[in-house]
Design a protein around this ligand. Structure first.
Ligand SMILES: [Zn+2]
Length: 185
């Protein structure tokens, strides 16, 4: 996915009813295209558009991301223009990576499969990438301070405030901002 498309995509996310519709279209079980009626039924169960005309408005606003066959008719079929859009959407909707796991990642202590999952998420998620950069920076700080590994119990101490001291107030504010952007589950 190009940067331009990713930026445009973020704007789509702010529009009401877009997320339920995209959730259905980006589902791994969704066929390439689905009928408008099926899309409406599935998105409704997720709190999506309240009527078919409203769904059509949402589709119009998402137009650049979509493949529409017979648009505006009863026989309309809808899909995503490209599978990378679905992958991008799914990774955006997946939970952010816990800081503990980022430490395990930089220490290369994760199972290969999980490592792949995290790298895939990091590929699409700027907040987690920024958190990873800070974990790596802290790791280097500790390495310079003597050990080649972060000491035992470090993760809890980071949460308790060591992090604030090591990175400065600005870094902490950024961290809190990220926290508030994380989807509540
Ligand atoms: Zn993330």
């Amino acid at each position: 996915m190009t940067d331009a498309l990713a930026n445009a995509y973020d704007q789509f996310m702010d529009q009401p009813d877009s997320v339920p519709v995209l959730t259905v279209l980006a589902s791994e079980t969704t066929e390439t295209v689905m009928s408008l009626q099926d899309l409406f039924a599935a998105a409704s169960t997720l709190g999506g558009p309240s009527s078919v005309p409203r769904l059509r408005d949402v589709l119009l606003s998402l137009q650049p991301l979509l493949l529409r066959v017979n648009p505006g008719t009863a026989a309309e079929m809808v899909g995503l223009r490209h599978s990378s859009i679905a992958a991008h959407f799914r990774s955006r909707q997946s939970p952010h990576i816990e800081e503990n796991e980022l430490w395990l990642l930089v220490d290369v202590e994760l199972a290969l499969e999980r490592q792949e999952e995290l790298l895939e998420h990091l590929d699409e998620c700027t907040p987690c990438l920024e958190l990873l950069a800070r974990v790596e920076r802290l790791k280097r700080l500790f390495a310079r301070a003597g050990g080649d590994r972060a000491p035992q119990g470090l993760h809890e101490r980071i949460r308790a405030g060591v992090f604030r001291m090591a990175t400065g107030q600005a870094g902490m504010e950024l961290g809190e901002q990220q926290e508030s952007q994380r989807p509540r589950t």
